[in-house]
Design a binder for this molecule. Structure first.
Ligand SMILES: C[S@@+](CC[C@H](N)C(=O)[O-])C[C@H]1O[C@@H](n2cnc3c(N)ncnc32)[C@H](O)[C@@H]1O
Length: 258
């Protein structure tokens, strides 16, 4: 990369809004989540020579990890984010105004426009930024998990921390199933990892403005099995800290085979 663009990259890493903490040279972006030490706790399998469809890919942190650390040959990232300031997850109409404002605040394009443009980017899509500066074999497409038919089947499908934001997890998991050639990995945040519901097929309705359901491991397992996945099991459970607030969120990672 030319040195004149290096300053722009630095500014975006230092001053931009990031979902994940990402390291670039000596700089680390201040993400909502820092998976640097935690990612190994997910116990993700090797993906050597496999193609991956990363649904709800966000800034591409996981896509990058699949390519650089797990040996994947290609990742197609799909996300509902248009990077035009509009809300990128489902909310009921009643909550739309509130979330519109909150969401617009996350877009750092207004303050870093010049830097993005110097890098040939016309919005704040960090997935495309990471693709460019790390020279990664990955592409980004706008789309929804509810309709994946225009995207190619992939050896592996991955869906991280999206399920709890969806009003219809069954269609979502079914769509993943149709696109999967070998196996699918679903990372569920806010899962019930302890207590009496851990072993029950449990979905707790938690509201309609950002989060719809919280899930037990058995709840997700049942849905995955019902849409057709075989040998469904838990890969891991882990906790990740929300950097801003300091408390940790429980996650469960499931795998199901075609
Ligand atoms: C909480 S983030 C998770 C990011 C990343 N996958 C991870 O595991 O950390 C959820 C992402 O899903 C996207 N998203 C929300 N609704 C979606 C939908 N219906 N289809 C595809 N992506 C969606 C959001 O824009 C956001 O980037």
């Amino acid at each position: 990369m030319e040195i004149k663009n290096f300053e722009s990259v630095k500014r975006i890493f230092n001053e931009g809004t990031w979902y994940h903490s990402v390291e670039f040279n000596e700089i680390k972006s201040k993400g909502t989540f820092d998976y640097t030490d935690t990612i190994k706790d997910l116990k993700l399998p090797r993906l050597d020579k496999l193609s991956v469809l990363d649904v709800g890919c966000s800034d591409g942190y996981f896509s990058k990890y699949f390519l650089e650390n797990l040996g994947a040959k290609y990742v197609l990232g799909v996300d509902f984010n248009k990077y035009d300031g509009s809300i990128a997850f489902e909310v009921l109409n009643t909550y739309e105004e509130k979330y519109k404002t909150k969401y617009a605040e996350h877009d750092d394009f207004k303050i870093l426009k010049k830097d993005y443009e110097k890098l040939g980017l016309n919005n704040s899509n960090k997935f495309l930024l990471l693709k460019k500066i790390f020279n990664l074999n990955m592409d980004y497409e706008f789309g929804s998990i509810y309709d994946l038919k225009s995207f190619p089947n992939s050896d592996v499908t991955f869906c991280g921390s999206l399920l709890e934001h969806l009003r219809d997890p069954i269609t979502a998991i079914e769509q993943l199933y149709f696109k999967t050639e070998k196996f699918s990995i679903i990372d569920i945040s806010n899962s019930f990892n302890s207590g009496i519901f851990k072993k029950e097929p449990y979905l707790k309705y938690v509201g309609s403005g950002g989060n719809f359901f919280h899930y037990s491991e058995q709840g997700v397992k049942n849905i995955m099995e019902n849409v057709g996945f075989k040998n469904v099991k838990k890969l891991s459970s882990y906790k990740i800290k929300i950097e801003k607030y300091g408390y940790k969120i429980p996650h469960t990672v499931m795998i199901g085979y075609k």
